[in-house]
Design a protein around this ligand. Sequence first.
Ligand SMILES: [Zn+2]
Length: 194
Amino acid sequence: MGNSATRRRAAAQRHEQIRAKTSGLVRQEIIHPCFIADVMLGRLAKWLRIAGFDVLYSNRFSDDELISLSNRDGRILLSRDTRLLVRKPVRDFIFLESQNVQDQIRQILGALNLTVLPSLLTRCLSCNETLVSASREMVRKSIPVFVYETQRQFKSCPKCGRIFWAGTHRSSVIRTLEKLLPENKVDWHGGQPA
Ligand SMILES: [Zn+2]
């Protein structure tokens, strides 16, 4: 019992420290934030990439790598790990309070006061690379016939070669993301996403 009480006290102390550290970041006006997500946050990384954010993620990053990449590139470190976040060299970070990915996105957008999302289909969901336009003929052999016949715009990832198109889930993705913006204000960089 003594042990678990001690652990609880230590965890509460870390939360306190993190709260004190957080305040600096939240007041900054960050217009084009980029992120690095810790190893537990693969789903969140994917969602943020769908919205067009630059999010570094690998399930092989060590804590030291997360911290040094965050500081080197000015990436906001996203984590639910209080032991990681209380470490001294950790500078810009958001401590995610919920395990739910939509709550996490809402918290990030709210913390940075972001009312504008970058743009759908601008980043590879697997490797975070910026997508480039690809012509229908270029991708013809790599996509299902149905897709070739129904879609006009394609993008491809210069790193892994994956091909992306608008697809049928797009409007539901947009609706979900829009609901998460503070006060439901909605805007997208680079014109209409749909
Ligand atoms: Zn890729």
